[in-house]
Ligand binder design. Structure first.
Ligand SMILES: [Zn+2]
Length: 465
């Protein structure tokens, strides 16, 4: 029985399981055949047995290690341990390979997990007749399938580590839609991961150069660490599915960056990838300090908006888009109005004719409730239409301001007229809202209109003395 050839992006672990399924051999017998011992621990992405598989399948052992385990991924980010990682994998010493990848130092207390996307599993069955474990899904810190924007299902594989038998992804499981940011990040890592195969090793110096180029430099040798931490933290908050131990915990956690840029200290590869992803999204401006900060803050927001517009143009329903992007239906409807996108699920009553009527009444200063009652639609719908025209919003704000100004001034004037003997304090107590609003916005007019302040006279006791 030949060894099953590798399917696209398949792990060595997955091939071993498929071999066991094809031969029908007892896992223990297979372990003896492969490794010369009954009990052997097989790791999902640092899998041993490459030598034996290369022999059986007549393949290049280095190619197996590179394309079917994450050995090269860790070797790329930890060049100091590159030789050790590959030699331990070739010696079938899984525990030593795990230690060489520094995984025991990364404070990752999770049990050994294997991950898969149920939609990928379904597609694999359709295309190849079998579901299998993808290598990309196994990258620690990646919890989303970039193709289907689904959260990866995590399966505890500690029980199956002796030698996995009949253990392949179950396509019948359901998974939730991931956040937009997680999906984008996973897509970025996937592209990066493909590039790693032909690259030597990760360079911290190049990373520093990219940080400077992205507007976070401070002179020739320093960085705006605080600002970079703040932006990194802002982005990390959007990755709700990634293990918290891999993310920056607060905008003040400067040491997170310090250790990344220091070199020398082994850091989890995903931390570098998070930083690289953030830098890839920052738009470089001639005024880096303020402008980039503001833009970095709204990077995620801008990307979401563009993604929403794309999906709206595709004709997806508001609830579907809301599920994918995490944005509310109100936000999406407002965005559609703003960009003049026809909505399939738009309420029938708010037709283009109604929209024109709403805008006309709004421009004339009618209250939104009056417009809603007149057209027999909800106030929210009227608000949506009005807020899609920024000039109209500004004009209505001004009108509201003027109306309030006139009303409050009249209140004060009437109060002064009705109480000619009243002092300033009496008027203030009689109409406090008007007084304080005018005090903030029309102080000069208020001082002129209010009763004159009385000259303070000393108490009688003082006069006697
Ligand atoms: Zn998938």
């Amino acid at each position: 029985m030949g060894f099953p050839s590798a399917l696209p992006d398949e792990t060595l672990y997955s091939r071993l399981i498929r071999y066991q399924m094809l031969t029908g051999l007892n896992p223990e017998t297979l372990a003896i055949n492969f490794f010369g011992r009954k009990r052997v621990s097989i790791h999902p992405f640092l899998t041993i047995g490459a030598n034996r598989v290369a022999e059986l399948a007549k393949e290049d052992v280095n190619s197996i290690l590179k394309n079917q385990t994450l050995g090269h991924f860790f070797a790329f980010f930890l060049p100091k341990y590159k030789k050790q990682i590959f030699s331990k994998l070739l010696q079938d010493d899984a525990a030593a390979a795990f230690r060489a990848c520094q995984l025991s130092n990364f404070k990752n207390n999770e049990p050994p997990l294997i991950k898969y996307c149920p939609d990928c599993a379904k597609e694999d069955i359709q295309n190849h007749g079998v579901s299998y474990w993808h290598l990309f899904h196994q990258i620690p810190g990646i919890d989303t399938c970039p193709h289907h924007s689904l959260n990866l299902i995590k399966v505890n594989c500690s029980e199956n580590r002796t030698f996995p038998a009949y253990f392949l992804p179950d396509p019948s499981q359901k998974s939730e839609v991931s956040s937009y940011e997680s999906s984008e990040f996973a897509g970025y890592v996937k592209t990066y991961f493909a590039r790693i195969l032909s690259t030597e090793s990760y360079s911290i110096e190049s990373l520093k150069e990219r940080i400077r180029h992205s507007g976070y430099g401070l002179g020739n040798s320093r960085f705006q660490t605080g600002r970079l931490c703040k932006d990194l933290h802002l982005f990390s908050q959007c990755l709700n599915n990634t293990s918290a131990s891999l993310l920056i915990s607060s905008p003040m956690e400067v040491r997170y960056l310090f250790f990344l840029l220091k070199g020398g200290v082994s850091q989890h590869p995903i931390k570098y990838l998070l930083l690289e992803f953030l830098l890839s999204r920052v738009i470089v401006h001639s005024e880096p300090v303020i402008k980039v900060r503001n833009e970095a803050k709204s990077i995620a927001e801008e990307n979401i908006e563009e993604k929403c517009v794309k999906l709206l143009n595709k004709g997806l329903s508001l609830s579907e888009i809301s599920k994918i992007t995490g944005k509310s239906r109100c936000y999406l409807r407002g965005l559609a109005y703003k960009r003049n996108i026809e909505l399939e699920s738009r309420p029938k009553k708010v037709t283009p004719e109604y929209r024109a009527i709403i805008l006309m009444f709004a421009a004339r200063g009618f209250h939104r409730k009056c417009i809603a009652e007149h057209l027999c639609i909800s106030t929210g719908s009227v608000e949506q239409v009005i807020s899609s025209v920024p000039e109209l919003v500004t004009r209505r704000k001004r009108m509201k301001y003027e109306s309030k100004r006139r009303r409050y001034k009249l209140q004060i004037l009437r109060s002064v007229e009705a109480n000619p003997q009243a002092i300033k304090q009496d008027i203030r107590n009689a109409c406090p809202n008007a007084f304080y609003w005018l005090y903030r916005n029309e102080k000069e007019w208020l001082n002129k209109t209010m009763p004159l302040a009385l000259k303070p006279s000393p108490p009688r006791k003082m006069q006697l003395k």
